[in-house]
Design a protein around this ligand. Structure first.
Ligand code: MG
Length: 397
């Protein structure tokens, strides 16, 4: 069989240009359950495909980033967010000679564990789970791909490659890390993940900073005039208007955002390439052993990025209309959690089974985990519907 390196079409396979420090699948730490090698695709391609076929991935379309799903069709959802993260990260991966497909797989999976109603939902569920080990969306993403997806005859979860799972688990408390075996080891030893994982993490920030700004403008929470005072935005605003003095409205905003993404991505590639030349890692193990992440912005852009992030926190994430939604969302999450904890018989049969199985193994905390899995898996609209079914006397279903 022809090796993938022998392709001659002009769309070069990334494998052929893989740098020594990239996550080469032939030297992967592999899967938890041994499987025969795929015939027509790479191992990381198989991971990406499994993620795209998962139920949790499909639910991302009805989960919120900042705005609740029903507020308008043009706002980002977790699905469009994940796709934007993946495409930003793939460009960077390719430019740096990293494993592009692995990078994509991590990006597509990074938000699978998110609750309904964005961060408000995660905070509310974490609060509910305080006495039962807490709830953290990052760990939940790992739980989804390791345990919760039920698709394969021979194992629970998606049985992804170690490097994909390493990328999904961006952060983790020491306590949790100790329970995670090999995957938790780097948090205990303070080691870095592979470059593809580092990249997916930064691309996530690039994506949400830019699209939350765009969504914030669309919602009318912030204005172009307000944003001109920010370094990142102001510079691109001046550049775009210098080239196109007549440009206004949505087209002006899109041009600015497009230039902003290009500017930070270029900086990230150049700074990371320089870091790689200096550190000269020869393998992913060298990357993991390095004292700090190598995927970095320059000092200047890191500051500019932080300024934008703080601005968005103040003016978009804490806007009174978002806070109203947040408050309502917390009430829904709390009410659902409490009623299922008190009366697990109200859970759908498969979650009842999970609740009694986990209760048998871990007592009250086990039941709470099963309830949290159910609530976390809900989309925004499903959570609202479930709330109505359980608490609205007029609702008959
Ligand atoms: Mg994200």
């Amino acid at each position: 069989m022809a090796s993938r390196n022998e392709h001659t079409n002009n769309q070069q396979p990334t494998h052929a240009r893989l740098a020594s420090y990239a996550a080469d699948e032939t030297r992967s730490r592999g899967r938890r359950f041994a499987e025969s090698a795929p015939t027509f695709r790479g191992e990381y391609q198989r991971d990406r495909d499994r993620i795209v076929h998962s139920s949790a991935f499909r639910r991302l379309v009805y989960k919120t980033q900042v705005f609740v799903n029903y507020e308008g069709d043009l706002y980002r959802t977790r699905l469009t967010h994940s796709l934007e993260v993946a495409q930003i990260a793939r460009t960077i991966a390719r430019a740096l000679g990293l494993e592009e497909t692995l990078t994509e797989a991590i990006c597509l999976a990074h938000d699978l564990g998110h609750t309904p109603f964005g961060h408000a939902g995660q905070d509310a569920l974490n609060e509910c789970m305080r006495d039962y080990g807490g709830f953290e969306h990052n760990l939940q993403s790992l739980r989804v791909v390791d345990e919760l997806e039920e698709r394969y005859a021979e194992f629970d979860g998606l049985n992804l490659m170690f490097e994909t799972r390493e990328g999904i688990l961006k952060h983790c408390s020491l306590n949790k890390a100790r329970q995670l075996g090999e995957l938790g080891q780097r948090f205990i030893e303070r080691r870095q993940p592979g470059l593809e994982a580092q990249l997916a993490n930064v691309a996530d920030e690039v994506a949400y900073n830019n699209h939350d700004l765009d969504d914030g403008l669309r919602a009318g929470f912030i204005s172009v005039d307000d944003l001109r005072g920010l370094m990142l935005f102001g510079r691109q605003y001046d550049a775009v208007l210098a080239a196109h003095p007549q440009l206004t409205g949505r087209r002006l905003i899109h041009e600015i955002v497009r230039h902003m993404i290009d500017y930070v991505v270029t900086d990230l590639i150049e700074t990371t390439a320089a870091n790689l030349r200096t550190a000269a890692p020869q393998s992913i193990e060298d990357v993991r052993a390095h004292s700090a992440p190598l995927v970095q912005f320059s000092e200047t852009v890191a500051q500019e990025h932080l300024e934008l992030k703080r601005y968005l926190r103040e003016h978009v994430y804490r806007h009174y209309r978002v806070l109203r939604m947040t408050t309502k969302a917390q009430k829904v999450i709390r009410a659902l959690f409490e009623i299922f904890m008190r009366t697990p018989e109200l859970l759908p049969p498969e979650y009842q089974q999970a609740a009694s199985r986990l209760h048998g193994q871990h007592g009250e905390s086990g039941r709470a985990r099963a309830v949290a899995d159910y609530v976390a898996g809900m989309t925004d609209r499903y959570a609202l519907l479930e709330y109505e079914r359980l608490f609205d006397p007029a609702e008959r279903s």
